[in-house]
Every structure is written in C-alpha cells, then in structure tokens.
Design a protein around this ligand. Structure first.
Ligand code: 1GP
Length: 243
C-alpha cells in the first residue's frame, strides 16, 4: 500500500515534467539514495510530458509516484498516485471538485491501494500553486495546528504537506503543524537550497521534498539526500508537542 510505503520516505525529489533534465542528471537523481521521486508540477503538465518522464524514471530502481494535478495527465502503471487536497484553498475546486470529477470519470479503474491523499497547506502567496489554488496564505500557527488535526482526525489523511514551493518557509509554522499530528506524516517542501535549511526542516518534518534545486544546483540537490537522512526528525510528536 502506498500509505504504508510513504511511512519510510524521509527525503523525496519532486520532478517537473514541464522542465528539462538531461539523462545523466536524471540518473544521478534516481540513484542518489532518495526514497522516492514524485512527478508533478503546476503548469504545462500534459499526459505526454508526464509519461515521458515517468518512463525515463522507470529505468532506475527508485519508487516513482505521480502527483495528479490534471486528470488528463494521469499515466497508468505508476508505483503510486498522490492526490493533492488544498486545505487552505479559496476555491472548492482544489478541495474536492477536481477530485470528484476525476473519480466520477475513472473510479472503476483506480488502484486505491496505490493512492494517497496529501492535505496541502500552501503558504507562499507568490508561488504558482498558491495563485492557482487561491490559497489563503495569511494564516498563523494555530491554523497550522488545526489543519494538522483536521487532516488527521476528520479526513484521515496519511499526510499533511506544508508547502512553500519556491521559497524557504517558516520553521515555526512547520512545528505548529506537527503539534496537530499524531499519526499522519508531516511533509515539508519549499526553497531548500542549503545544508542548514535541509537540516532544519528535517528536524521538524518527517518527509522533506526537494524540487527546484535539482534544476538550479544538481550537486547540492544530490547532497540534500545526505543532509536530510543524517538529521533526526523530532518524529510524530502528538498533541502534547515536542517544541
Ligand atoms: C514543490 O514542495 C515542493 O511542490 C518543493 O519545493 O521546488 O521550492 O524545492 P521547491
């Protein structure tokens, strides 16, 4: 089951089908020791470019999963599918309408054991994903704790994803999200480009996602695997909180 496998993810790369990556670079990413490669992005995502990238990754012994941002781009036969649910979106579309529409269309064929919902809280208002989903980014720490509890206890989501896509985030917000979680995993993604940042977020989160850095500074991106894996997470802290 994907939700079980995700429990072992400490470091993951997110690759964008709409960006170019040489074969040599892709090989380095896939053999870096990362726990999984997520294929997904916000714009210019098509069936063709998603399939091309997924087929290239399939040459390597790394788990690859597709994050579905457009139902038309779903590629059959991937190891798993991540379904984003944007908890702080200003539009119902990104909370349940898009998902409902896709399930209505493809429901009979969905391999549910390889599907996992990710409860996103998008916190960078300038990011493409923040603008597209009209995310309400002006939230505070109490909101993050509440989103954690909402995701875990009401929606039973396997993971909450604190998303700062394109900018390094506020560690206090990630810590606040942690306070709301007992069992669900805490993902962090956004702006990791240096060792201190990778280590700091690795302490707060269970799973650290590195995206842009692959395209900006591949060597640093590869190093991030070690930075994250060497760092001990405070772990699932529960409502008592470890601060
Ligand atoms: C994006 O959270 C991921 O969805 C990673 O963010 O691209 O800023 O590393 P970056």
């Amino acid at each position: 089951m994907l939700t079980e496998r995700m429990k072992k993810w400490r470091h993951v790369f997110k690759l964008d089908p709409n960006r170019t990556l040489s074969e040599k670079s892709l090989e380095k990413v896939c053999t870096s020791g990362t726990d999984a490669v997520i294929v997904g992005g916000t714009d210019g995502i098509t069936y063709q470019n998603s399939r091309d990238l997924i087929e290239r990754i399939a040459e390597y012994p790394v788990e690859s999963v597709q994050e579905i941002s457009a139902e038309s781009a779903v590629v059959p036969g991937v190891d798993g599918y991540l379904i984003p649910v944007v908890l702080n979106s200003g539009s119902l579309h990104w909370v349940l309408k898009a998902q409902h529409r896709a399930i209505r269309k493809y429901g009979d064929w969905i391999p549910w054991e390889d599907v996992a919902a990710l409860g996103y809280v998008v916190l960078n208002p300038e990011s493409k994903v923040g603008r597209l989903t009209e995310s309400r980014t002006g939230v505070g720490t109490a909101d993050l704790t509440a989103y954690g509890r909402l995701a875990e206890h009401l929606f039973r989501m396997p993971a909450l994803y604190v998303e700062y896509s394109g900018m390094y985030g506020d560690e206090g917000m990630v810590r606040a999200a942690r306070r709301g979680l007992k069992r669900s995993r805490l993902f962090y993604g956004g702006g990791i480009s240096r060792e201190d940042q990778a280590r700091a977020m690795s302490r707060e989160a269970d799973t650290v996602v590195v995206g842009n850095l692959v395209y900006q500074n591949l060597e640093a991106a590869l190093e991030s695997v070690r930075w994250v894996k060497e760092t001990e997470s405070k772990g699932v802290s529960g409502d008592q909180g470890i601060n």
